[in-house]
Design a protein around this ligand. Structure first.
Ligand SMILES: Cc1cc2nc3c(=O)[nH]c(=O)nc-3n(C[C@H](O)[C@H](O)[C@H](O)COP(=O)(O)OP(=O)(O)OC[C@H]3O[C@@H](n4cnc5c(N)ncnc54)[C@H](O)[C@@H]3O)c2cc1C
Length: 303
């Protein structure tokens, strides 16, 4: 039954304010703790240290997106600057991932760019790196344009994400070639219409392979972000130099495989989200794998 509840249904339910109120209220019971490291920076740093002990790098995501006022956007940038300072002083192996709508993109593009620059300056001061996550397709143009703008301004400590479910992605990658970009390739987590994204998973997977192959063939350092064993095996077969790619997976998903790849000598990075704004993130994780609802229901019964 749960399997028949599709990704679209879950993402549509997630947009309902009533469902949102209920899930937020019963957050831990809804399984938030499996996918989110906790609410505080201290919780996040504990998860980073644990990953590092297993030979796994991290990227920290301070959860938040679609902020609606300038002050919230400024505070989000402040929090990333503080996180970068904490990473440096703790001496742990982690960079950060952020969303441009958290930096203020919905309010004012210039505000988002100014906030991102502040985070990039802090990262540069520590010799660290910032990944701009990719959001839904209404943001693809703006996100790629801002990435280019900042690379043009001399920031080389920034990377971007390309989603294999979008038809446009190969063209987008080709346009970035002169920058020798550090791209994280993902399948894509948002609800997209068939006009812009492959409706069938098999087509997304085939496109993922094409995109990954073209980046590796060009010698561009690439983050292979997936839990899909077939794609991981494909990536292993592609890269003659294992250090030319890094595998990335999400906190709480396939931890055994993460450790196995790290033990085999691959660079592995775990994406560690933390903070109070976990609701949209959790709903995307449930939508990717409706069977997770079974896990959620068990947690509810236990609580
Ligand atoms: C490091 C990282 C960063 C990401 N950044 C972005 C981003 O910026 N923008 C964006 O749109 N998307 C992002 N994603 C999400 C991505 O687009 C996919 O939605 C997600 O990775 C699921 O796809 P998959 O490649 O794992 O393959 P799938 O075919 O969905 O899954 C393969 C297998 O992985 C396991 N699995 C996958 N998802 C789950 C889950 N939620 N719960 C439990 N098991 C699961 C299952 O065993 C499944 O059979 C990111 C993913 C990762 C790993």
């Amino acid at each position: 039954m749960l399997e028949s509840l599709g990704r679209r249904t879950i993402l549509s339910l997630a947009a309902s304010p009533r469902v949102g109120r209920m899930v937020r209220r019963y957050g831990p019971a809804f399984g938030a703790t499996r996918f989110v490291a906790g609410e505080t920076v201290a919780d996040a740093m504990r998860a980073v240290a644990a990953a590092n002990r297993d030979g796994i790098l991290a990227t920290l995501d301070h959860l938040g997106e679609s902020v609606a006022d300038r002050r919230a956007a400024d505070l989000a940038a402040d929090s990333y600057v503080a996180i970068l300072d904490t990473i440096a002083s703790a001496g742990v192996q982690s960079n950060v991932s952020l969303k441009l709508t958290m930096m203020g993109l919905d309010i004012d593009r210039a505000l988002a760019v100014a906030n991102l620059r502040r985070v990039l300056d802090a990262a540069r001061g520590h010799g660290n790196f910032v990944r701009i996550d990719m959001e839904g397709s209404p943001y693809t143009d703006a996100t790629l344009a801002i990435y280019r703008e900042l690379r043009g301004a001399g920031y080389d400590n920034v990377g971007v994400v390309i989603q294999a479910y979008l038809y446009r992605s190969e063209t987008d990658l080709a346009a970035l070639d002169p920058l020798r970009p550090n791209v994280r390739i993902v399948k894509g987590a948002y609800q997209e219409p068939a006009a812009v994204a492959y409706p069938a998973k098999a087509d997304t997977d085939a496109n993922y392979r094409r995109l990954l192959k073209r980046q590796v063939e060009r010698g561009f350092y690439t983050a292979v972000a997936t839990h899909d064993p077939a794609l991981i095996a494909f990536a292993q077969g592609l890269a003659a130099d294992p250090q030319a790619i890094e595998f990335q997976m999400l906190h709480g998903i396939r931890p055994g495989l993460q450790r196995e790849l790290a033990r085999a000598g691959h660079r592995v990075r775990v994406y560690i989200p933390f903070g109070t704004e976990w609701y949209p993130y959790l709903m995307r994780r449930l939508a990717e794998r409706p069977a997770n609802l079974g896990f959620v229901l068990k947690s509810l019964v236990r609580s």
